[in-house]
Design a protein around this ligand. Structure first.
Ligand code: AHR
Length: 662
């Protein structure tokens, strides 16, 4: 009922035009030879944050939750079964100073143990997705007083039946920590499996970093990322990937800020922290949400390289989240934060002989990552932000003048907070201003001209976080439906038209787990086995795959097309392919016919490619079971000369690709 009302309200907004006009066949003039701006290779990118189980339980393919017993409750995610019960046989030990990043471990005392006697079972991240016949790599760190312990590893389906198992022998006692590995295949597919470990033998065994990974990770990297989720990103060919957030950069307080130096090197040395989305929303608590940093800055850089995207790391600027504690680092104590930024640039780009470049090399990447962009602060605001930013800007530009800095304009695209920052940032001539807009669908229609009058010189825009909210920001009722997607498409024609000003844009957030989300809407939804793109995903992907190289004019009565007759349009040429690419959004519920007049070119190919997303029902969504209900279709179209009619279906987004002939 609520959705119906919303859709009616939006429909009223988008059908505001004079119906008499709608009957006329109007001419859209396109001038492929008049390039008005370059389209930056970075134009369409992705925003990644560990929210909604995006990293742990998401793209980081580790299946064991709380593998190092460092969650606030050390046995969270684990179940101990003993038959008979022996007091004190299973304990959590704490090494404290002997291993500061990873102090706790599990001690199990075995006395002629068999299966019935002692097992520990891990529940995974809302279960474990297990695939029939796929190989799984188990590992753990151990030390033991026993000379011979058998460890049995079993995957269990929802009925507690075994769907894959192996046994690994620890033959000799050891007082130093060692790693044991075992691989085996699963015999069945299961969405919510668990992993049970049981023991045979007598003696004490200490265990830590108990881990299980599928073998089909992205690029088959051991301990790597979930391939199906990463493939969804690779398919978009994003121009950049922003990481690691988002609010997790700032942290609830400064102690919980994201510190990149604690996310590199051996995974067992990466100190986990609580994820601020664990407790941020009382209505969506996630008490088991932590950041293990198995996925850290090295892996993010590597991911960016894999998918051909520029890396865009965002660093804490000495301010904790201003929605939370808003703690500030005094200006005269900011040096370590600034040093982190300088060291990060060295980590990414430095020669292997440098301190931080050598750490990158030790992790397997001697060649530089060629970092070009760096964000200072996430959604920070106020004069306190500007004061801190000035210190960062001076230090970074002095040492690394070529690095482009991305700066925050706060949480909203207008209002006093935005105005103060926008003025100050432009006075500082910052490279990029990051704008965020989580707004209702009608905002996206009404703001298709937002950037038409932005200054063409000085700071450029990074439209860093945005998504149409079918209900309201952070509402659990928000949906990813055709209404949100088509209004975003309309707005994106305005971004594309202004590619001379907007150099980067990304929807947010990126991923959400159907059982573990905190924030809606999100671009890509997953369960433990499947990932699907929302209608919004397909819109993003289409803009990215059809971004062209140069913006060219498309006009109606000498005006840009940004809502007249509920039509929105932009055009680019792809000089590498010698193609004209026209994007038209018809945000009305009626078919509209326009004459397309392509001027100033010699000849067009007689066939073109037509890609269309169309859906009469604005509330239509994709789901795990029906992932393609709202998705593009691609056909070949006839091009009859340089002037021809194009019919935009009701509620449609069309892309026409036509070769320009000499
Ligand atoms: O994308 C979700 C959150 O929205 C981000 O963490 C934050 O930057 C914004 O408020």
């Amino acid at each position: 009922m609520k959705l119906k009302k919303t859709i009616l309200a939006i429909a009223a907004v988008i059908m505001f035009v004079n119906t008499a006009l709608a009957q006329q066949k109007q001419t859209l003039v396109i001038k492929p030879n008049q390039s008005v701006a370059d389209v930056q290779p970075t134009m369409w990118g992705v925003f990644f944050e560990d929210i909604n189980m995006g990293a742990d339980g998401g793209i980081y393919a580790e299946l064991i939750k709380n593998r190092s017993f460092e969650f606030n409750k050390p046995m969270m995610g684990w179940k101990v079964e003993q038959q008979p019960f022996v007091e004190g046989a299973v304990t959590v030990q704490n090494r404290q100073a002997a291993n500061l990043p990873n102090p706790r471990f599990l001690r199990v005392q075995l006395n002629n143990a068999t299966k019935e006697r002692l097992s520990i079972t891990n529940e995974g991240f809302r279960g474990m997705g297990i695939k029939k016949n796929l190989g799984y790599d188990f590992s753990l760190m151990y030390r033991t007083s026993a000379n011979g312990i058998k460890i049995h590893i079993e995957l269990l389906n929802a009925k507690n039946e075994i769907i894959g198992s192996t046994v690994t022998n620890i033959t000799a006692s050891t007082t130093t920590w060692k790693k044991q590995t075992a691989s085996f295949n699963a015999t069945a597919t299961e969405l919510k499996a668990q992993c049970r470990i049981w023991f045979e033998g007598t003696g004490t065994i200490d265990m830590d970093m108990i881990s299980l990974f599928p073998e089909d990770t992205w690029k088959n990297r051991p301990g790597g990322m979930r391939a199906d989720m990463i493939q969804k990103l690779a398919d978009m060919k994003p121009g950049f990937i922003r990481f690691p957030g988002g609010c997790i950069v700032e942290g609830f307080d400064l102690s919980q800020r994201y510190q990149w130096k604690k996310t590199i090197g051996p995974v067992e040395d990466r100190q986990l922290i609580i994820n601020r989305w664990n407790f941020e929303f009382a209505h969506r608590p996630a008490p088991d949400y932590f950041q293990t940093f198995g996925l850290g800055f090295f892996e993010y850089f590597q991911l960016a390289e894999d998918i051909g995207a520029e890396a865009l790391p965002i660093l804490n600027c000495g301010m904790a989240c201003q929605f939370n504690t808003a703690e500030l680092v005094p200006l005269d104590e900011l040096d370590p934060y600034v040093q982190d930024a300088l060291d990060l640039i060295e980590f990414a780009n430095g020669d292997v002989s440098t301190t931080w470049g050598s750490k990158r090399a030790a992790m397997g990447h001697p060649a530089p990552f060629n970092l070009k962009f760096l964000g200072i602060g996430n959604e920070n605001w106020g004069p306190q932000y500007i004061e801190r930013l000035q210190i960062f800007q001076k230090a970074i530009k002095e040492k690394y003048p070529a690095i482009k800095l991305v700066t925050s304009s706060g949480t909203d695209p207008d209002g006093a907070r935005f105005d103060l920052l926008n003025t100050a940032l432009r006075n500082m001539n910052v490279d990029f201003i990051d704008e965020h807009y989580y707004r209702r669908p009608e905002w996206f229609l009404q703001n298709a001209r937002r950037y038409d009058n932005y200054p063409r010189t000085g700071s450029k825009i990074f439209a860093g976080e945005w998504a149409a909210q079918s209900d309201k920001t952070v509402s659990v009722e928000n949906k990813n439906n055709w209404l949100t997607a088509i209004t975003e498409a309309a707005f994106m024609t305005g971004l594309e038209r202004n590619a001379g000003v907007v150099h980067m844009a990304s929807y947010a957030p990126l991923f959400a787990h159907v059982d573990g989300w905190q924030w809606k809407p999100d671009l890509i939804w997953v369960d433990n086995l499947n990932a699907y793109g929302t209608p919004d995903y397909y819109v993003q992907k289409l803009f990215s795959l059809n971004k062209g190289t140069h913006v060219v004019p498309i006009t109606l009565n000498n005006d840009v097309l940004a809502g007249q007759d509920s039509l929105y349009a932009s055009a680019v040429v792809d000089k590498a392919k010698n193609e004209l690419v026209i994007k038209i959004v018809n945000a009305s519920g009626r078919e509209q016919v326009n004459t397309l007049s392509i001027e100033g070119v010699k000849k067009l190919a007689s066939k073109g490619t037509l890609i269309v997303m169309q859906e009469n029902d604005l509330s239509k969504m994709n789901t795990i079971d029906r992932p393609q209900d709202v998705a593009p279709t691609e056909t070949t179209m006839d091009v009859k000369g340089k002037k021809f009619d194009y019919k935009s279906a009701p509620y449609s987004f069309s892309i026409l690709r036509i070769k320009l002939l000499k």
